[in-house]
Design a protein around this ligand. Structure first.
Ligand code: GLN
Length: 197
């Protein structure tokens, strides 16, 4: 059975574990470097990116996760997880820093720092049932970041109505500014599971 890890230092890792299990794969909470051994993929959840980054440094997880990224193992960052994957967040904080995207934290301002919106995400059609195909994805943004700039080789997967990039993929790396693990829709998790070659 494929075995996936969810970084469980802080944030909403339990919802990702549950989503993965509901899709029939083994899912473990990762807190120690040795728990990364042999994983088919890793999810870095939402939460508070500075806290998760500091804990990842303290638990010696940064280098092994970077190695996994370089070895081509799928890694998906949601919200704070996306911030951690980015190479550039416009400020100094501990990062995994493997994905060629520039991310702006808390990018939607205070009064609208949490909202939900429907996004059309054509990439999800590859994992959709006939019924799901073309259906918008309900995206939940919680004090969310967005992607300001993508490097060459980064595919933009989802945009807000004004063109803001809120999901992207670079080979084995996936980033979403929103929280698919909180939606009652497992298409993004299925898309991630399919990234394993
Ligand atoms: N605002 C958080 C940060 O900058 C991210 C929020 C989230 O993960 N829901 O780390």
């Amino acid at each position: 059975m494929p075995r996936y890890g969810v970084l469980a230092l802080q944030g909403d890792f339990i919802e990702h574990v549950q989503a993965l299990r509901s899709l029939g794969v083994e899912a473990i909470e990762v807190r120690l470097p040795e728990q990364l051994q042999g994983l088919d993929g890793l999810i870095i959840p939402g939460g508070e990116s500075t806290t998760i980054g500091k804990l990842a440094v303290a638990y010696n997880l940064v280098d092994p996760i970077r190695r996994m990224a370089n070895e081509g193992i799928p890694i998906w960052g949601t919200c704070a997880g996306m911030i951690l994957l980015a190479k550039d967040v416009g400020q100094i904080q501990p990062l995994i820093g493997v994905m060629d995207i520039t991310v702006k934290r808390n990018a939607f301002g205070r009064q609208v720092d949490s909202f939900e919106t429907d996004l059309l995400i054509p990439a999800l059609d590859a994992v959709s049932t006939a019924e799901e195909r073309g259906k918008p994805f309900r995206a939940i943004f919680i004090r969310a970041p967005y992607i300001q700039k993508v490097g060459p080789g980064v595919e933009e997967l989802a945009h807000l109505a004004d063109g803001t990039v809120v999901a992207a993929r670079q080979g084995n790396l996936l980033a979403t500014a929103f929280h698919p693990e909180l939606a009652d829709d497992t298409r993004f998790h299925r898309y991630f599971l399919k990234m394993r070659s």
